[in-house]
Design a protein around this ligand. Structure first.
Ligand SMILES: Cc1cc2nc3c(=O)[nH]c(=O)nc-3n(C[C@H](O)[C@H](O)[C@H](O)COP(=O)(O)OP(=O)(O)OC[C@H]3O[C@@H](n4cnc5c(N)ncnc54)[C@H](O)[C@@H]3O)c2cc1C
Length: 497
Protein backbone atom coordinates (compact mmCIF):
# COMPACT_ATOMS: atom_id res chain seq x y z
CA UNK A 1 0.00 0.00 0.00
CA UNK A 2 2.95 2.36 0.60
CA UNK A 3 3.40 4.92 -2.13
CA UNK A 4 -0.22 4.95 -3.27
CA UNK A 5 -3.32 7.04 -2.50
CA UNK A 6 -3.41 9.65 0.23
CA UNK A 7 -0.27 8.26 1.88
CA UNK A 8 1.87 8.68 -1.27
CA UNK A 9 4.46 10.74 0.63
CA UNK A 10 5.03 7.96 3.14
CA UNK A 11 8.03 5.63 2.79
CA UNK A 12 6.09 3.06 4.76
CA UNK A 13 2.45 2.85 5.77
CA UNK A 14 3.10 2.10 9.42
CA UNK A 15 6.03 2.12 11.83
CA UNK A 16 6.09 -0.01 14.97
CA UNK A 17 8.51 0.85 17.79
CA UNK A 18 9.43 -2.21 19.85
CA UNK A 19 9.58 -5.85 18.79
CA UNK A 20 8.02 -7.42 21.89
CA UNK A 21 5.14 -9.86 21.44
CA UNK A 22 2.67 -6.97 21.18
CA UNK A 23 4.74 -4.87 18.79
CA UNK A 24 5.34 -7.88 16.52
CA UNK A 25 1.67 -8.93 16.63
CA UNK A 26 0.64 -5.37 15.78
CA UNK A 27 3.11 -5.34 12.87
CA UNK A 28 1.89 -8.69 11.52
CA UNK A 29 -1.75 -7.61 11.85
CA UNK A 30 -1.01 -4.46 9.81
CA UNK A 31 1.05 -6.36 7.24
CA UNK A 32 -1.71 -8.92 6.79
CA UNK A 33 -3.98 -6.05 5.80
CA UNK A 34 -1.57 -5.27 2.95
CA UNK A 35 0.38 -2.43 4.59
CA UNK A 36 4.13 -1.82 4.36
CA UNK A 37 5.41 -2.03 7.94
CA UNK A 38 8.80 -1.23 9.47
CA UNK A 39 9.68 -2.25 13.05
CA UNK A 40 12.45 -0.61 15.13
CA UNK A 41 13.76 -2.53 18.15
CA UNK A 42 16.25 -1.17 20.69
CA UNK A 43 17.82 -4.52 21.65
CA UNK A 44 20.03 -6.70 19.48
CA UNK A 45 17.40 -9.43 19.24
CA UNK A 46 13.63 -9.41 18.74
CA UNK A 47 11.22 -10.54 21.43
CA UNK A 48 11.29 -8.12 24.39
CA UNK A 49 9.75 -10.18 27.21
CA UNK A 50 9.82 -13.36 25.10
CA UNK A 51 13.53 -14.06 24.57
CA UNK A 52 15.90 -16.91 25.42
CA UNK A 53 19.62 -16.65 26.13
CA UNK A 54 22.56 -18.52 27.68
CA UNK A 55 22.50 -16.49 30.88
CA UNK A 56 24.65 -18.90 32.95
CA UNK A 57 26.78 -21.50 31.16
CA UNK A 58 27.16 -22.53 27.50
CA UNK A 59 24.39 -24.92 26.45
CA UNK A 60 21.93 -23.78 29.14
CA UNK A 61 19.11 -21.84 27.43
CA UNK A 62 17.26 -19.60 29.89
CA UNK A 63 14.12 -17.56 29.31
CA UNK A 64 15.16 -13.97 29.96
CA UNK A 65 11.59 -12.96 30.91
CA UNK A 66 8.51 -15.08 30.14
CA UNK A 67 8.72 -18.86 30.34
CA UNK A 68 5.23 -20.37 30.59
CA UNK A 69 2.49 -19.53 28.10
CA UNK A 70 -1.08 -20.37 29.03
CA UNK A 71 -2.18 -17.08 27.46
CA UNK A 72 -0.02 -17.50 24.35
CA UNK A 73 -1.17 -21.03 23.59
CA UNK A 74 -4.79 -19.92 23.55
CA UNK A 75 -4.39 -16.37 22.27
CA UNK A 76 -7.02 -15.63 19.59
CA UNK A 77 -4.45 -13.37 17.87
CA UNK A 78 -1.68 -16.00 17.79
CA UNK A 79 -4.14 -18.65 16.60
CA UNK A 80 -5.02 -16.51 13.61
CA UNK A 81 -1.37 -16.15 12.60
CA UNK A 82 -0.42 -19.79 12.13
CA UNK A 83 2.85 -19.44 14.09
CA UNK A 84 3.35 -23.20 14.03
CA UNK A 85 4.15 -22.84 10.30
CA UNK A 86 7.09 -20.65 11.34
CA UNK A 87 8.69 -23.10 13.74
CA UNK A 88 6.68 -22.66 16.95
CA UNK A 89 6.02 -25.95 18.76
CA UNK A 90 4.30 -26.05 22.14
CA UNK A 91 5.71 -28.50 24.70
CA UNK A 92 3.17 -29.62 27.23
CA UNK A 93 4.31 -30.96 30.61
CA UNK A 94 2.15 -33.74 32.12
CA UNK A 95 0.95 -31.29 34.80
CA UNK A 96 0.62 -27.53 34.20
CA UNK A 97 1.26 -26.66 37.86
CA UNK A 98 2.15 -28.19 41.22
CA UNK A 99 1.61 -26.34 44.50
CA UNK A 100 3.62 -28.23 47.15
CA UNK A 101 3.18 -28.17 50.93
CA UNK A 102 5.83 -28.64 53.60
CA UNK A 103 4.48 -32.14 54.46
CA UNK A 104 5.65 -33.44 51.06
CA UNK A 105 2.19 -33.45 49.46
CA UNK A 106 1.03 -31.13 46.67
CA UNK A 107 -2.15 -29.72 45.22
CA UNK A 108 -2.05 -29.69 41.43
CA UNK A 109 -3.59 -27.77 38.59
CA UNK A 110 -4.01 -30.56 36.04
CA UNK A 111 -5.41 -30.60 32.52
CA UNK A 112 -8.40 -32.38 34.03
CA UNK A 113 -10.62 -30.39 36.41
CA UNK A 114 -11.48 -33.65 38.24
CA UNK A 115 -7.80 -34.45 38.92
CA UNK A 116 -7.30 -30.90 40.15
CA UNK A 117 -10.34 -31.11 42.44
CA UNK A 118 -9.20 -34.46 43.85
CA UNK A 119 -5.80 -32.99 44.80
CA UNK A 120 -7.49 -30.40 47.02
CA UNK A 121 -8.58 -33.06 49.49
CA UNK A 122 -6.36 -34.67 52.16
CA UNK A 123 -2.74 -33.91 53.03
CA UNK A 124 -1.40 -33.47 56.55
CA UNK A 125 -0.46 -29.95 57.48
CA UNK A 126 -2.07 -27.83 56.17
CA UNK A 127 -4.92 -30.09 55.15
CA UNK A 128 -7.56 -30.01 52.45
CA UNK A 129 -11.29 -30.26 52.99
CA UNK A 130 -13.43 -32.97 51.36
CA UNK A 131 -16.07 -30.48 50.26
CA UNK A 132 -13.47 -28.43 48.35
CA UNK A 133 -13.49 -31.05 45.62
CA UNK A 134 -17.12 -30.24 44.74
CA UNK A 135 -16.59 -26.52 45.36
CA UNK A 136 -13.77 -26.42 42.77
CA UNK A 137 -15.84 -28.23 40.17
CA UNK A 138 -18.79 -25.87 40.79
CA UNK A 139 -16.46 -22.90 40.23
CA UNK A 140 -14.97 -23.98 36.89
CA UNK A 141 -17.58 -26.30 35.35
CA UNK A 142 -19.77 -23.64 33.64
CA UNK A 143 -16.75 -22.55 31.57
CA UNK A 144 -14.96 -25.82 30.84
CA UNK A 145 -14.31 -26.24 27.13
CA UNK A 146 -15.68 -22.76 26.46
CA UNK A 147 -12.82 -20.57 27.53
CA UNK A 148 -10.74 -19.99 24.44
CA UNK A 149 -13.37 -20.19 21.76
CA UNK A 150 -16.22 -18.43 23.53
CA UNK A 151 -14.82 -16.37 26.41
CA UNK A 152 -11.29 -15.36 25.45
CA UNK A 153 -12.29 -12.99 22.61
CA UNK A 154 -14.64 -11.17 25.04
CA UNK A 155 -12.27 -11.13 28.02
CA UNK A 156 -8.94 -10.40 26.29
CA UNK A 157 -9.85 -6.92 25.02
CA UNK A 158 -10.70 -3.44 26.29
CA UNK A 159 -13.64 -3.58 28.73
CA UNK A 160 -15.77 -1.06 26.74
CA UNK A 161 -14.84 -2.32 23.28
CA UNK A 162 -18.44 -2.98 22.22
CA UNK A 163 -21.05 -5.67 22.82
CA UNK A 164 -19.62 -9.06 23.83
CA UNK A 165 -20.08 -12.04 21.54
CA UNK A 166 -21.34 -14.26 24.36
CA UNK A 167 -23.05 -11.88 26.82
CA UNK A 168 -24.64 -14.50 29.10
CA UNK A 169 -21.46 -16.54 29.47
CA UNK A 170 -19.44 -13.37 30.02
CA UNK A 171 -21.89 -12.14 32.68
CA UNK A 172 -21.65 -15.48 34.46
CA UNK A 173 -17.86 -15.35 34.32
CA UNK A 174 -17.84 -11.69 35.39
CA UNK A 175 -19.86 -12.44 38.53
CA UNK A 176 -17.08 -14.70 39.77
CA UNK A 177 -14.16 -12.89 38.13
CA UNK A 178 -14.89 -9.48 39.65
CA UNK A 179 -14.26 -10.82 43.16
CA UNK A 180 -10.95 -10.30 44.97
CA UNK A 181 -9.06 -13.59 45.33
CA UNK A 182 -9.38 -13.32 49.13
CA UNK A 183 -13.19 -13.35 48.77
CA UNK A 184 -13.33 -16.04 46.08
CA UNK A 185 -11.13 -18.25 48.29
CA UNK A 186 -13.96 -18.37 50.82
CA UNK A 187 -15.81 -20.89 48.65
CA UNK A 188 -13.13 -23.31 49.94
CA UNK A 189 -12.65 -24.62 53.48
CA UNK A 190 -9.16 -26.13 53.25
CA UNK A 191 -5.72 -24.61 52.94
CA UNK A 192 -4.89 -26.66 49.85
CA UNK A 193 -7.56 -25.09 47.65
CA UNK A 194 -7.12 -21.63 49.13
CA UNK A 195 -3.35 -21.78 48.65
CA UNK A 196 -3.70 -22.97 45.05
CA UNK A 197 -6.14 -20.15 44.24
CA UNK A 198 -3.96 -17.50 45.93
CA UNK A 199 -0.89 -18.66 44.01
CA UNK A 200 -2.75 -18.32 40.70
CA UNK A 201 -4.00 -14.85 41.62
CA UNK A 202 -0.49 -13.74 42.66
CA UNK A 203 0.61 -13.80 39.01
CA UNK A 204 -0.79 -10.26 38.71
CA UNK A 205 1.23 -9.01 41.68
CA UNK A 206 -1.67 -7.22 43.39
CA UNK A 207 -2.87 -7.64 46.99
CA UNK A 208 -5.31 -10.56 47.23
CA UNK A 209 -8.02 -8.13 48.37
CA UNK A 210 -7.90 -6.23 45.06
CA UNK A 211 -10.92 -6.47 42.75
CA UNK A 212 -10.73 -8.99 39.90
CA UNK A 213 -7.75 -10.88 41.33
CA UNK A 214 -10.17 -13.81 41.76
CA UNK A 215 -10.82 -13.55 38.02
CA UNK A 216 -7.12 -13.84 37.29
CA UNK A 217 -6.98 -17.07 39.31
CA UNK A 218 -10.03 -18.40 37.49
CA UNK A 219 -8.57 -17.43 34.11
CA UNK A 220 -5.31 -19.32 34.77
CA UNK A 221 -7.21 -22.36 36.06
CA UNK A 222 -9.47 -22.46 33.00
CA UNK A 223 -6.49 -22.01 30.71
CA UNK A 224 -4.88 -25.09 32.29
CA UNK A 225 -8.00 -27.16 31.68
CA UNK A 226 -8.59 -25.90 28.13
CA UNK A 227 -5.12 -25.40 26.57
CA UNK A 228 -2.56 -26.24 29.28
CA UNK A 229 0.40 -24.14 30.42
CA UNK A 230 2.91 -25.03 27.70
CA UNK A 231 6.47 -23.93 26.93
CA UNK A 232 7.59 -23.12 23.39
CA UNK A 233 10.19 -25.72 22.33
CA UNK A 234 13.59 -24.08 22.62
CA UNK A 235 12.28 -21.29 24.89
CA UNK A 236 10.05 -18.25 24.63
CA UNK A 237 12.30 -16.83 21.89
CA UNK A 238 10.55 -19.30 19.57
CA UNK A 239 7.29 -17.28 19.87
CA UNK A 240 9.10 -14.08 18.91
CA UNK A 241 11.07 -15.71 16.10
CA UNK A 242 7.85 -17.15 14.65
CA UNK A 243 6.16 -13.74 14.80
CA UNK A 244 9.19 -12.11 13.16
CA UNK A 245 9.30 -14.78 10.44
CA UNK A 246 5.59 -14.27 9.76
CA UNK A 247 6.15 -10.53 9.45
CA UNK A 248 9.10 -10.92 7.09
CA UNK A 249 7.12 -13.39 4.96
CA UNK A 250 4.52 -10.65 4.57
CA UNK A 251 7.19 -8.17 3.45
CA UNK A 252 7.62 -6.38 6.80
CA UNK A 253 11.07 -5.17 7.87
CA UNK A 254 12.66 -5.29 11.33
CA UNK A 255 15.65 -3.22 12.39
CA UNK A 256 17.21 -4.35 15.68
CA UNK A 257 19.76 -2.42 17.75
CA UNK A 258 17.84 0.79 17.03
CA UNK A 259 16.50 2.57 20.14
CA UNK A 260 14.01 5.27 19.17
CA UNK A 261 14.13 8.52 21.17
CA UNK A 262 11.61 10.54 19.15
CA UNK A 263 9.02 9.91 16.44
CA UNK A 264 10.66 12.76 14.55
CA UNK A 265 13.65 10.53 13.76
CA UNK A 266 11.47 7.87 12.08
CA UNK A 267 10.51 7.73 8.40
CA UNK A 268 7.23 9.43 7.58
CA UNK A 269 4.32 7.04 8.02
CA UNK A 270 0.57 7.29 8.35
CA UNK A 271 0.51 5.34 11.63
CA UNK A 272 2.96 4.85 14.51
CA UNK A 273 2.30 2.02 16.95
CA UNK A 274 4.43 2.08 20.08
CA UNK A 275 5.21 -1.04 22.13
CA UNK A 276 6.48 1.14 24.97
CA UNK A 277 5.46 2.29 28.44
CA UNK A 278 3.03 5.26 28.65
CA UNK A 279 5.70 7.67 29.96
CA UNK A 280 7.89 6.71 26.98
CA UNK A 281 4.97 7.31 24.61
CA UNK A 282 4.85 10.87 25.98
CA UNK A 283 8.61 11.29 25.47
CA UNK A 284 8.66 9.81 21.96
CA UNK A 285 5.61 11.72 20.72
CA UNK A 286 6.80 15.07 22.15
CA UNK A 287 4.60 17.97 21.11
CA UNK A 288 2.39 15.77 18.92
CA UNK A 289 0.35 15.16 22.08
CA UNK A 290 -1.48 17.85 24.10
CA UNK A 291 0.43 18.62 27.31
CA UNK A 292 -2.45 17.54 29.57
CA UNK A 293 -2.65 14.12 27.92
CA UNK A 294 1.15 13.71 28.02
CA UNK A 295 1.28 14.71 31.70
CA UNK A 296 -1.26 11.94 32.48
CA UNK A 297 0.98 9.43 30.69
CA UNK A 298 4.02 10.62 32.65
CA UNK A 299 2.16 9.97 35.90
CA UNK A 300 1.45 6.33 34.96
CA UNK A 301 1.91 4.16 38.07
CA UNK A 302 4.26 1.18 37.97
CA UNK A 303 3.82 -1.90 40.11
CA UNK A 304 6.23 -3.90 42.25
CA UNK A 305 9.35 -5.39 40.72
CA UNK A 306 10.67 -8.92 40.66
CA UNK A 307 13.91 -10.58 41.71
CA UNK A 308 14.67 -13.42 39.31
CA UNK A 309 17.27 -16.19 39.37
CA UNK A 310 18.11 -18.51 36.50
CA UNK A 311 19.96 -21.66 37.53
CA UNK A 312 22.10 -24.13 35.67
CA UNK A 313 21.69 -27.41 37.57
CA UNK A 314 23.60 -30.71 37.59
CA UNK A 315 20.28 -32.61 37.78
CA UNK A 316 16.57 -32.07 38.28
CA UNK A 317 15.35 -30.18 41.35
CA UNK A 318 15.04 -32.78 44.18
CA UNK A 319 11.43 -31.96 45.04
CA UNK A 320 9.99 -33.67 48.11
CA UNK A 321 6.53 -33.89 46.48
CA UNK A 322 6.57 -36.27 43.50
CA UNK A 323 3.94 -34.21 41.65
CA UNK A 324 6.45 -31.38 41.21
CA UNK A 325 8.63 -33.54 38.96
CA UNK A 326 5.73 -33.82 36.49
CA UNK A 327 4.82 -30.12 36.54
CA UNK A 328 6.07 -27.39 34.22
CA UNK A 329 5.44 -24.70 36.81
CA UNK A 330 5.75 -24.91 40.60
CA UNK A 331 4.39 -22.35 43.08
CA UNK A 332 6.37 -22.07 46.32
CA UNK A 333 4.37 -20.43 49.10
CA UNK A 334 1.97 -22.92 50.52
CA UNK A 335 -0.87 -21.03 52.18
CA UNK A 336 -3.03 -18.07 51.28
CA UNK A 337 -1.73 -16.48 54.47
CA UNK A 338 1.91 -16.68 53.37
CA UNK A 339 1.18 -15.60 49.80
CA UNK A 340 -0.96 -12.68 50.97
CA UNK A 341 1.73 -11.58 53.43
CA UNK A 342 4.42 -11.58 50.71
CA UNK A 343 2.23 -9.45 48.40
CA UNK A 344 1.29 -7.04 51.22
CA UNK A 345 4.97 -6.60 52.07
CA UNK A 346 5.93 -5.47 48.56
CA UNK A 347 3.00 -3.04 48.46
CA UNK A 348 4.30 -1.60 51.77
CA UNK A 349 7.68 -1.13 50.11
CA UNK A 350 9.46 -4.02 51.86
CA UNK A 351 11.03 -7.18 50.50
CA UNK A 352 9.14 -10.22 51.85
CA UNK A 353 11.00 -12.23 54.51
CA UNK A 354 9.51 -15.39 52.97
CA UNK A 355 8.91 -14.73 49.27
CA UNK A 356 6.19 -16.37 47.21
CA UNK A 357 8.02 -17.95 44.24
CA UNK A 358 6.94 -18.90 40.75
CA UNK A 359 9.32 -21.50 39.29
CA UNK A 360 9.47 -23.09 35.84
CA UNK A 361 11.47 -26.16 34.85
CA UNK A 362 11.26 -26.43 31.05
CA UNK A 363 14.29 -28.69 30.56
CA UNK A 364 12.44 -31.59 32.22
CA UNK A 365 10.22 -31.70 29.13
CA UNK A 366 12.36 -30.11 26.41
CA UNK A 367 15.81 -31.65 25.85
CA UNK A 368 16.98 -28.65 23.80
CA UNK A 369 17.22 -26.42 26.88
CA UNK A 370 20.26 -27.91 28.65
CA UNK A 371 23.09 -30.42 28.06
CA UNK A 372 22.24 -34.11 28.62
CA UNK A 373 21.24 -34.82 32.22
CA UNK A 374 21.58 -31.15 33.18
CA UNK A 375 18.72 -28.72 33.77
CA UNK A 376 17.67 -25.07 33.88
CA UNK A 377 15.42 -23.60 36.57
CA UNK A 378 13.66 -20.21 36.22
CA UNK A 379 12.36 -18.65 39.42
CA UNK A 380 11.26 -15.24 40.64
CA UNK A 381 9.75 -13.57 43.67
CA UNK A 382 8.17 -10.14 44.11
CA UNK A 383 10.03 -7.15 45.57
CA UNK A 384 9.24 -3.41 45.71
CA UNK A 385 9.70 -1.41 42.51
CA UNK A 386 13.34 -0.40 42.08
CA UNK A 387 14.46 -2.44 45.14
CA UNK A 388 18.24 -2.66 45.37
CA UNK A 389 18.72 -5.57 47.79
CA UNK A 390 19.65 -9.20 47.18
CA UNK A 391 16.87 -11.80 47.56
CA UNK A 392 19.08 -14.77 46.63
CA UNK A 393 19.31 -16.15 50.20
CA UNK A 394 15.56 -15.90 50.85
CA UNK A 395 14.76 -17.48 47.47
CA UNK A 396 17.11 -20.42 48.04
CA UNK A 397 15.81 -21.01 51.60
CA UNK A 398 12.28 -21.16 50.17
CA UNK A 399 13.32 -23.65 47.45
CA UNK A 400 15.18 -25.83 50.01
CA UNK A 401 12.01 -25.93 52.15
CA UNK A 402 10.31 -27.94 49.37
CA UNK A 403 13.42 -29.47 47.75
CA UNK A 404 16.07 -30.29 50.37
CA UNK A 405 19.49 -30.65 48.76
CA UNK A 406 18.69 -28.20 45.95
CA UNK A 407 21.81 -26.12 46.64
CA UNK A 408 24.11 -29.08 45.92
CA UNK A 409 22.81 -29.22 42.33
CA UNK A 410 23.55 -25.58 41.49
CA UNK A 411 26.30 -25.28 38.86
CA UNK A 412 25.75 -21.57 38.20
CA UNK A 413 23.17 -18.88 38.85
CA UNK A 414 22.29 -15.57 37.15
CA UNK A 415 20.49 -13.31 39.61
CA UNK A 416 18.63 -10.22 38.42
CA UNK A 417 17.06 -7.60 40.67
CA UNK A 418 14.81 -4.81 39.39
CA UNK A 419 17.63 -2.78 37.83
CA UNK A 420 18.93 -5.74 35.84
CA UNK A 421 15.36 -6.75 34.84
CA UNK A 422 14.87 -3.22 33.47
CA UNK A 423 18.24 -3.21 31.72
CA UNK A 424 17.23 -6.38 29.84
CA UNK A 425 13.99 -4.75 28.58
CA UNK A 426 13.33 -1.03 29.13
CA UNK A 427 9.58 -1.69 29.36
CA UNK A 428 10.13 -3.37 32.76
CA UNK A 429 10.42 -0.05 34.61
CA UNK A 430 11.90 -0.58 38.08
CA UNK A 431 11.56 -4.34 37.57
CA UNK A 432 7.77 -4.07 36.96
CA UNK A 433 6.99 -7.05 34.72
CA UNK A 434 3.25 -6.29 34.49
CA UNK A 435 3.58 -2.94 32.66
CA UNK A 436 1.93 -1.02 35.48
CA UNK A 437 0.17 -1.59 38.80
CA UNK A 438 -2.57 -4.20 38.68
CA UNK A 439 -4.39 -3.37 41.92
CA UNK A 440 -7.75 -1.57 42.01
CA UNK A 441 -8.86 -2.59 38.50
CA UNK A 442 -5.70 -1.13 36.95
CA UNK A 443 -5.30 -4.40 35.08
CA UNK A 444 -8.44 -3.63 33.08
CA UNK A 445 -8.33 0.16 32.98
CA UNK A 446 -4.96 1.07 31.50
CA UNK A 447 -3.16 3.29 30.71
CA UNK A 448 -6.10 5.61 31.61
CA UNK A 449 -9.90 5.36 31.53
CA UNK A 450 -10.88 5.48 27.84
CA UNK A 451 -13.26 3.69 25.52
CA UNK A 452 -10.41 3.15 23.04
CA UNK A 453 -7.32 2.91 25.27
CA UNK A 454 -4.96 2.29 22.32
CA UNK A 455 -5.68 5.68 20.68
CA UNK A 456 -4.13 9.07 21.47
CA UNK A 457 -5.33 12.59 20.52
CA UNK A 458 -2.94 12.33 17.51
CA UNK A 459 -4.80 10.13 15.02
CA UNK A 460 -1.54 8.67 13.73
CA UNK A 461 -0.09 7.60 17.13
CA UNK A 462 -1.15 4.45 19.02
CA UNK A 463 -0.01 2.63 22.15
CA UNK A 464 0.21 -1.15 21.62
CA UNK A 465 2.15 -2.45 24.66
CA UNK A 466 0.85 -4.41 27.63
CA UNK A 467 0.17 -1.08 29.34
CA UNK A 468 -3.14 -1.39 27.41
CA UNK A 469 -5.88 -4.04 27.85
CA UNK A 470 -5.84 -6.95 28.30
CA UNK A 471 -2.52 -6.28 30.06
CA UNK A 472 0.60 -8.37 30.69
CA UNK A 473 1.44 -11.77 29.26
CA UNK A 474 2.73 -13.11 25.98
CA UNK A 475 -0.52 -13.19 24.01
CA UNK A 476 -0.17 -10.34 21.53
CA UNK A 477 -3.74 -9.20 22.15
CA UNK A 478 -2.77 -5.60 23.02
CA UNK A 479 -0.89 -5.31 19.74
CA UNK A 480 -3.70 -6.98 17.84
CA UNK A 481 -6.38 -4.60 19.16
CA UNK A 482 -4.17 -1.53 18.72
CA UNK A 483 -3.45 -2.52 15.11
CA UNK A 484 -7.12 -3.10 14.37
CA UNK A 485 -7.88 0.32 15.83
CA UNK A 486 -5.26 1.95 13.60
CA UNK A 487 -6.44 0.00 10.55
CA UNK A 488 -9.98 1.26 11.09
CA UNK A 489 -9.16 4.86 12.02
CA UNK A 490 -6.25 5.61 9.70
CA UNK A 491 -6.64 3.26 6.76
CA UNK A 492 -10.42 2.70 6.74
CA UNK A 493 -9.91 -1.07 6.86
CA UNK A 494 -12.48 -2.94 8.93
CA UNK A 495 -12.58 -6.34 7.22
CA UNK A 496 -12.17 -9.42 9.38
CA UNK A 497 -13.68 -7.88 12.53
C1 LIG B 1 10.82 -11.95 34.58
C2 LIG B 1 9.55 -11.99 33.76
C3 LIG B 1 8.78 -13.14 33.75
C4 LIG B 1 7.62 -13.20 32.98
N1 LIG B 1 6.93 -14.39 32.90
C5 LIG B 1 5.91 -14.51 32.03
C6 LIG B 1 5.37 -15.78 31.73
O1 LIG B 1 5.85 -16.81 32.22
N2 LIG B 1 4.34 -15.85 30.86
C7 LIG B 1 3.83 -14.73 30.23
O2 LIG B 1 2.89 -14.85 29.43
N3 LIG B 1 4.36 -13.51 30.46
C8 LIG B 1 5.39 -13.38 31.34
N4 LIG B 1 6.00 -12.16 31.53
C9 LIG B 1 5.37 -10.95 30.95
C10 LIG B 1 5.63 -10.81 29.47
O3 LIG B 1 7.00 -10.98 29.19
C11 LIG B 1 5.17 -9.41 29.04
O4 LIG B 1 3.86 -9.16 29.50
C12 LIG B 1 5.20 -9.28 27.53
O5 LIG B 1 6.49 -9.52 27.02
C13 LIG B 1 4.75 -7.88 27.13
O6 LIG B 1 4.88 -7.75 25.75
P1 LIG B 1 5.06 -6.30 25.08
O7 LIG B 1 5.23 -6.54 23.64
O8 LIG B 1 3.95 -5.44 25.54
O9 LIG B 1 6.37 -5.67 25.74
P2 LIG B 1 7.85 -6.23 25.80
O10 LIG B 1 7.86 -7.70 25.70
O11 LIG B 1 8.45 -5.61 27.00
O12 LIG B 1 8.55 -5.67 24.50
C14 LIG B 1 8.78 -4.30 24.30
C15 LIG B 1 9.91 -4.18 23.29
O13 LIG B 1 9.98 -2.82 22.88
C16 LIG B 1 11.34 -2.43 22.87
N5 LIG B 1 11.36 -0.97 23.07
C17 LIG B 1 10.83 -0.28 24.10
N6 LIG B 1 11.05 1.03 23.96
C18 LIG B 1 11.74 1.17 22.79
C19 LIG B 1 12.26 2.30 22.10
N7 LIG B 1 12.13 3.53 22.56
N8 LIG B 1 12.93 2.08 20.92
C20 LIG B 1 13.05 0.84 20.42
N9 LIG B 1 12.59 -0.27 21.05
C21 LIG B 1 11.93 -0.10 22.22
C22 LIG B 1 11.97 -3.19 24.00
O14 LIG B 1 13.37 -3.31 23.82
C23 LIG B 1 11.26 -4.53 23.88
O15 LIG B 1 11.92 -5.40 22.98
C24 LIG B 1 7.18 -12.08 32.25
C25 LIG B 1 7.96 -10.91 32.25
C26 LIG B 1 9.16 -10.88 32.96
C27 LIG B 1 10.04 -9.67 32.86
Amino acid sequence: MAGTGPGARAEVDAVVVGAGPNGLTAAVTLARAGLAVHVYEAEATVGGGARTAELTLPGFHHDVCSAVHPLGAGSPAFRELGLEEHGLTWVEPPLPLAHPFPDGSAAVLARSAEETAASLVGGAAPGGAARDRAAYLRLVRPFLGRWWDALAPDVLRAPLAGPPRHPLLLARFGLRAAAPAALLARVFRGERARGLLAGLAAHVIAPLGSPATGGVALLFALAAHDVGWPFPRGGSQAVSDALAARLRALGGRIETGHPVASLAELPPARAYLLDVMPEDLAALAGDRLPERFAAGLRRYAHGPGVFKIDYALSGPVPWRAGECARAGTVHLGPTIGEIGAALRAVYRGEAPAVPFLIAAQPSLFDGTRAPDGRHVLWVYGHVPNGWRGDLTGAIERQIERFAPGFGERVLARAAAGPAEIESRDRNNAGGDIAAGRCDRLRLLVRPRPAIVPYATPDRSVYLCSSATPPGPGVHGMCGYHAARTALRRVFGITSGE
